[in-house]
Design a protein around this ligand. Structure first.
Ligand code: SF4
Length: 336
């Protein structure tokens, strides 16, 4: 049986070159942009490698931003984490550099997974993200990476993530087909959330009848993509989360098994069970010095949740809890 990896998502920069009206890191927003400390990433990655040797479980270290591929220290850090420490590397990118041959070569060489953000057909995607030609760059980059992978027999898993909004939802099945044409192997989706940009949310959020439509489309879409070798990720639990959000209903989670399979590290170096709770349960990575410190984290997070439950846990939006990637164990849910 395959050993379940520990996924560590690390937000390394708050800088981005695009202007997406739903995102907290839209380049037009005037605010301080923090970045992670490369030396701390290097030190902590070595600790992750020790943890992996101790537990026998692989670690997937996944860079997040802002736009991580524009953060200068990242390429060297990735080389070291991959070659010297044998960590698996992943990232989520806006794809704005994917057309560059040197970026493709680096991704091909060092990455286990690559997730590109694509939110709609080319014209819609480019307009939404304020970047003419962006969709074509992503297409060309994905095609080139898929061709390399076919040729060499190795290369990153190619995944696309789609933010579902009211206007773009009807195009989702067609978009999935286009992504399959490019060589994308897995497709995930997020529902537009309202925390980052509350001013954009009301007119663009999914409404209950639209989520019902999506649920009806899902089985046929899933099987038509499977016929082409493409996995549509996210099952019943994930669609249930989408439905409750659209209905404006909370989804409290009693026990998310915090810290067992997923850690999130923010740009300030706080490690938490998810991206919604660094301020509640975050542990400064500077305090984590040994593999034993890491082994104690699940228990530490469980105790922290028992002593003082974060507001976020009363309406959990952390997608891995709802088996978005089919890696997380099913959580114990409290009735809404
Ligand atoms: S918000 Fe969700 S994933 Fe995060 S700690 Fe709470 S229940 Fe767990």
């Amino acid at each position: 049986m395959k050993t379940e990896p520990l996924v560590v998502v690390w937000r390394v920069t708050e800088r981005c070159n695009l202007q997406c009206p739903f995102c907290a890191y839209d380049r037009r927003l005037a605010k301080p942009r923090r970045e992670a400390d490369p030396a701390e990433i290097r030190r902590f990655a070595a600790l992750l490698s020790q943890w992996s040797a101790t537990t026998g479980r692989p670690v997937l270290l996944s860079w997040l931003g802002g736009e991580p591929l524009l953060w200068r220290p990242l390429a060297e850090l990735t080389r070291a984490c991959h070659h010297e420490l044998q960590l698996q590397i992943s990232t989520t990118t806006n794809g704005s550099t994917l057309h560059r041959p040197e970026v493709q070569a680096h991704l091909h060489e060092h990455y286990a997974e690559l997730t590109v953000s694509v939110d709609g057909p080319a014209a819609m995607h480019d307009a939404l993200r304020g970047c003419a030609g962006l969709s074509d760059r992503i297409r060309d980059g994905v095609r080139a990476l898929a061709a390399r992978k076919r040729h060499t027999g190795h290369g990153p898993l190619l995944r696309a993530n789609v933010v579902l909004m009211r206007a773009s939802l009807p195009d989702f099945p067609g978009l999935c087909s286009t992504l399959a044409d490019w060589g994308i192997e897995e497709i995930t989706c997020n529902q537009l959330g309202g925390l980052d940009r509350p001013e954009f949310y009301p007119a663009n959020r999914l409404l209950p009848d639209r989520v019902r439509w999506l649920e009806e489309q899902w089985p046929a879409l899933e099987s038509s993509l499977a016929c082409r070798g493409v996995r549509l990720l996210g099952g019943a639990a994930y669609l249930h989360r989408l439905t409750l959000t659209a209905q404006g209903r909370r989804l409290p989670v009693a026990d998310c098994l915090p810290g067992r399979t997923f850690w999130f590290v923010d740009e300030k170096g706080r490690l938490a069970p998810c991206s919604f709770t660094p301020q509640d349960y975050g542990v400064p990575i500077s305090n984590l010095r040994t593999a034993g410190d890491l082994l104690a984290l699940p228990e530490r997070f469980t105790l922290a949740r028992a002593c003082h439950r974060a507001v976020a846990c009363e309406d959990c939006h952390s997608t891995q809890v709802f088996a978005k990637f089919s890696r997380s164990p099913a959580p114990a849910l409290l009735p809404a």
